[in-house]
Ligand binder design. Structure first.
Ligand code: FES
Length: 141
């Protein structure tokens, strides 16, 4: 039974390789930084044009993103996009992270099919929303 499941998984991955990059498949199947963050400094939730939602939590240290996590109820491509956008954000200053764009997410994933590009936009928009909250926090007395 186990070998039949392994074979089936190989077939599914072989099909996915015709459409998605190795990086996208890797981040969709083994997403980094998944889950909420209890001690987060900021949090944002954004709903994309498809109706799916992404949430990002950030932990800050001296204006730098010390940790970033995400959750999504979206597709496999949105999981890959959330995974890579949090990887891109970690270690960057808030100002640099807020400039991470849909194109940056797409480039880091090695591209996505046109019909999935909005999943990368959802990830970039959620990061932008959460970094906006960081800047608002700084202005508070
Ligand atoms: Fe909705 Fe990918 S995020 S289809």
């Amino acid at each position: 039974m186990a070998s039949e499941l392994d074979e089936l998984q190989e077939l599914i991955i072989a099909d996915a390789r015709k459409i998605y990059s190795e990086t996208t498949i890797d981040h969709a199947m083994n997403p980094r930084n998944v889950g909420d963050m209890e001690d987060a400094d900021v949090f944002a939730r954004v709903t994309g044009p498809c109706g799916d939602t992404m949430e990002i939590w950030l932990k800050l240290k001296n204006g730098t993103i010390a940790n970033a996590t995400f959750m999504t109820d979206g597709c496999g491509t949105s999981i890959a996009s959330g995974s890579i956008v949090t990887e891109l954000a970690k270690g960057k200053s808030v100002n640099k992270a807020r400039r991470i764009s849909q194109q940056d997410v797409l480039s880091a994933l090695g591209g996505l099919p046109e019909e999935s590009e909005h999943c990368a936009l959802l990830a970039a928009n959620t990061l932008r929303a959460v970094t906006k909250d960081c800047l608002a926090m700084k202005r508070e007395p």
